[in-house]
Every structure is written in C-alpha cells, then in structure tokens.
Ligand binder design. Structure first.
Ligand code: ZN
Length: 259
C-alpha cells in the first residue's frame, strides 16, 4: 500500500524516546485531532526536525500514513513557546494542561476549539508575565469544561428557576441553586455536590463560559477573587472528568495560590 502525505499544524503534547534515535510523539493537530506519530532519527542533533520534535513546539508538519500508522516526514516550527521553560510555575501548569488534554482527547477526533485554547494558554504562560497563573489556570479549566459539553448554567436556580439568593452551586448538575432549594429535602442528595458561590466568582464563571474565544482572558479582577475562581474551576473540571492529576498536585506544591 502506497504512503499518503498529509499536511498538519500540530503541537507536541508528549514525547517518548523510541529505539536508538527515534521518538514517538503524541500530537494535538488542527486537522486530525490527537494522533501518535513515529519520528525517525529526530533525537540526533543533526536532524533538521530536531527542534520541531520537542514538547510544546507547534509546527507545520508533513506526515505520511501507511497502514494507519503516522510517520513524520518534514516539520517547520511555527512557535516554540521557549520562555515557558524559564519559570517553574509556567512549565508546571503547561504540564498539567497537557496531561488533561491527553486524558480528554480521543485519537483522530478533531477539536479545533480545544487546540486553540491550549495554544492561547501556552502563549500567555510563555510571553505575558503580568497575567496571574491562577487566571490562566481557571480559564483553561472552565472553558475546557464548556467545550467538553459541561457548560455551567449560571442564569437561574436549577430547581425553581428563581433569580434570588443564588448562593449555591451544584457542581454535579452544573447549575445554581437558591438558598431555599439548596436547603430543601431532595429525593436523592447524592446527585448534588454543593459549594457556596459568591457574586464575584459567579460573574466570572458566567463570563468565561459565554465569552467569544478571543475575549476569554479580557477581564480584570483582584487576586483574592482569582483564587476563589481557580478553586471553583478546578473542582468543577475534575469532578466532571472523574479524576485528578499528579501534575496538578505538583503545581500546587510550588505555587503561591491559596487553595
Ligand atoms: Zn430555587
């Protein structure tokens, strides 16, 4: 069967050494979603594809496919996010984001929204030192939850549809609850995971889940509120993914964020 050539723009999520000088890369691409690609000879410094085969480098790639297996033929880096590696917190967060994406993306299933979100977060972590880590983390977590189909409902109480005293959020159902409904008896309380939510945090949750892609980071707020938002977004995403991540635990051990 002849080899077929494919052009793809892709970022390296994970790299694993393979045989003497090869690598197996897990890529997130615009055209093909998540794919695994074998790259021959790229651990040699002499390889012209050496730079493009490093973790978090985004490149224009020419791939070949034979019997369903992808191989890298050519690659030209577009963005290396080089400065990520200069700060511990930045690379720790990037590692957490990559771990989450490895867990939630499906081989061959295209999701441009998820790739764009990841690229935007890496750009801020690498180039914009004035943007707080807790803001980048919270936007990644909440927006990803929305893209995966867990958009929080932030308009009215999920039980009575009222708009007053919305001071509880049901993480499990993805909806608000008013004080009255939150304290009333329900047949099966295991369907609820209630956390208190203040007005400021709720406004940010609403903004991040509804804003246009290019506006998701266009908000200002003080650090205490960002910490509260980050606690909420983390709880929300991890609950809906049904797991936690060692890379997140590590980020918390080195971060100043008050969780
Ligand atoms: Zn209610």
């Amino acid at each position: 069967m002849a080899k077929e050539a494919i052009q793809a723009k892709a970022i390296v999520l994970k790299e694993v050494a393979y045989k003497e000088t090869d690598k197996l890369l897990t890529l997130l691409s615009r055209e093909l979603g998540k794919i695994t690609v074998r790259c021959r000879g790229v651990r040699s410094l002499k390889s012209r594809r050496f730079a493009a085969c490093q973790q978090y480098v985004y490149s224009d790639m020419t791939l070949s496919v034979k019997n369903g297996q992808y191989a890298l033929e050519e690659a030209e880096p577009i963005e290396s996010f080089f400065s990520l590696r200069e700060r511990f917190e930045a690379i720790a967060l990037a590692n957490y984001f990559a771990d989450v994406l490895l867990s939630v993306t499906v081989e061959g299933e295209n999701d441009e929204g998820v790739l764009s979100l990841f690229l935007n977060c890496l750009y801020l972590l690498s180039e914009k030192r004035d943007v707080p880590y807790s803001k980048i983390k919270a936007v990644f977590e909440l927006r990803l939850a929305t893209l995966l189909g867990f958009m929080p409902d932030t308009a009215v109480c999920g039980d009575c549809e009222g708009k007053d005293c919305l001071i509880w959020f049901n993480i499990a159902g993805g909806n608000l609850l008013c004080d009255k409904c939150a304290t009333s008896e329900v047949p099966d309380v295991s369907e609820r995971l209630l956390v208190p939510i203040d007005e400021g945090t709720l406004a940010l949750v609403r903004y991040i889940s509804e804003a246009l892609d290019k506006r998701i980071f266009s908000f200002q707020c003080e650090n205490g509120l960002l910490d509260s938002l980050s606690r909420f977004s983390e709880k929300y995403l991890l609950y809906h993914l049904g797991r936690s991540f060692d890379t997140l635990t590590f980020y918390h051990t080195i971060s100043d964020e008050r969780i």
